[in-house]
Design a protein around this ligand. Structure first.
Ligand SMILES: [Zn+2]
Length: 266
């Protein structure tokens, strides 16, 4: 499985891998495409600032949750924990975990059970509120009890909007895929990297007219996607794509009416 790293100023950024899921495209793009299969990786990101060790999103967790059986298949040679230890870190070393939103493929290792005993887990309050209003069996709803427990026990902190998590890492509220969906900017020494999470989780999302059936608010997602990708192109930021199986670290170029992802070169 791929793993890769890049330097953003004095910050080391490592892209980890929690395996690949396979599902019917209908689960992501609506009924019309249900006969096609789609696959996506879970590329959690490890940010080493020197003072802090931050994890951006947290994969599926130890195993595929029961309620997804039959709908999703999970393929792994290694999981996130294996990858973490390969780059020389133990779960205890993680100081902060940022969850982009509460979908099941992003929160696994962080909340149920929480596998990082010394970390504070950051969730947007709006994402929690959305989860509470989802129907039973929805992943965002399933995450709610664990997040509420975390808030009560003090290991989960609720954010309200943009915030600096540690020096060199700030989150920005970019809703659309989910309420309270947040992206992360890593910035140091004039360099920047962007973790888009599910705002643009793979290169195919660089076409802003691709409306995913899974976006809570497709118009907001489209507007935010265009704004954020434009900024990434202008800043020549390395863009890390959570679900892209192949090209998961790219530079963005603005094309006529869409964006292009080209291989990232430091
Ligand atoms: Zn996702």
């Amino acid at each position: 499985m791929a793993s890769s790293s890049l330097d953003v100023g004095s910050i080391r950024v490592r892209v980890l891998d929690d395996g690949t899921f396979i599902t019917s495209a209908g689960n992501l793009f609506g009924e019309g495409s249900k006969n096609a299969k789609i696959k996506g990786s879970m590329h959690a990101v490890l940010v080493e600032t020197g003072d802090a060790l931050v994890l951006l999103d947290a994969g599926f967790g130890p195993e595929l949750p029961e309620y997804l059986e039959g709908r999703y298949e999970l393929k792994r040679e290694e999981n996130l924990m294996d990858q973490l230890s390969e780059v020389g870190h133990a779960p205890e070393d993680i100081t902060h975990v940022v969850l982009s939103h509460l979908d099941v493929d992003h929160v696994g290792w962080a909340i149920d059970p929480p596998c990082f005993p010394n970390a504070t887990v950051y969730v947007q309050k709006a994402a929690l509120e959305e989860g509470r209003n989802m129907p039973e069996g929805d992943g965002r709803r399933e995450a709610v009890p664990a997040v509420e427990k975390g808030v009560e026990e003090g290991w989960c902190e609720l954010l309200e909007g943009n915030a600096e998590i540690v020096e060199g890492l700030r989150v920005e509220l970019r809703s659309g895929h989910a309420e309270g969906h947040q992206i992360s900017w890593i910035e140091s020494g004039g360099d920047a990297a962007l973790f888009t999470a599910d705002l643009a989780p793979a290169k195919i999302w660089f076409d802003p007219d691709l409306i995913a059936g899974v976006d809570t608010d497709p118009e907001a997602a489209r507007k935010n996607r265009i704004e954020v990708l434009t900024e990434a192109a202008e800043r020549n930021a390395a863009v890390i794509l959570y679900h892209d199986p192949q090209d998961f670290v790219v530079a963005v170029r603005k094309a006529e009416d869409n964006f292009e992802g080209v291989p990232w070169e430091e």
